[in-house]
Write a protein that binds this ligand. Structure first.
Ligand SMILES: [Zn+2]
Length: 256
């Protein structure tokens, strides 16, 4: 399977290696989070993606979703399905697609039918999208938030989304014999550990302690680095000297 972290941030007219918004694309057809979905996706990806899986409802993870559906409104032949936990979809309905912030697309149809469908997943239970099997695992963020275990053809990826120190997630991934890679957040540099604590994020030192609990020998890619501190955070991650650990490159497809 292929996973790509879409570029989100433009400086001087060019996409740069910093990340304000979060969106991963699986096999060019499933989005995990939608922060920069309509901004960073290729034409092929935009034409293919009709399933969006959300970790949580923070704006850097959902910002692109209203515009993505808006762009596709007249051409959709089937609705964009938003797969998330019930409480996360409820936030979208109440605070985003409410006619005040943006149209309630779940009430609208084009000539082919509905354009937005909320699909609640059951935490811990697998659900299928095409040939992928996906499981949402609760993580430890300030709001309800889920990491994912993603399987296809006996290969598995795990992704934490935004989180601080976790419990259940590690027992889930440690038992996974087919795990090919772990994508794990590392938002803040070590000197902002207090901010990381109150906002439920990790720093390189906190990540290192978490990885002591990770028992699978596979690549670990750090994600969700706050752009304002990216250089420091990246350097501190490298300085940990942990084998297999690197920062996920933006706009580069990884194949497993
Ligand atoms: Zn968040």
């Amino acid at each position: 399977m292929k996973i790509e972290l879409l570029p989100s941030t433009i400086e001087n007219g060019r996409a740069v290696n910093r990340q304000h918004l979060s969106c991963f694309v699986l096999d060019d057809k499933i989005a995990i989070d939608a922060g920069c979905l309509p901004l960073g996706a290729s034409r092929v990806q935009i034409q293919n993606i009709r399933d969006v899986v959300l970790t949580h409802a923070h704006i850097d993870h959902i910002a692109g979703l209203p515009l993505f559906i808006d762009d596709l409104f007249s051409e959709l032949k089937s609705p964009v399905k938003v797969h998330s936990a019930e409480e996360v979809n409820a936030v979208l309905q109440k605070h985003i697609f409410n006619w005040e912030v943006y149209p309630d697309f779940s009430e609208l149809e084009n000539e082919n039918g509905p354009v937005l469908e909320y699909v609640d997943f059951e935490p811990g239970a697998s659900f299928a999208i095409g040939d992928f099997s996906i499981r949402g695992i609760p993580v430890n963020h300030k709001v309800p938030s889920y990491g994912f275990v993603v399987e296809k053809e006996k290969k598995t990826l795990a992704l934490t989304g935004d989180t601080a120190e976790m419990n259940g997630f590690w027992s889930e991934v440690n038992g996974c014999e087919t795990l090919e890679a772990l994508l794990v957040e590392c938002a803040f540099p070590n000197e902002l550990s207090e901010l990381a604590e109150v906002s439920h994020h990790l720093t390189p030192n906190r990540l290192a302690a978490e990885l002591d609990r990770f028992e699978v020998d596979c690549p670990v890619l750090a994600i969700n680095l706050k752009p304002a501190y990216r250089d420091d955070t990246e350097r501190q991650i490298k300085d940990l000297g942990i084998e297999n650990l690197s920062v996920m490159e933006i706009g580069t497809p990884y194949r497993f």
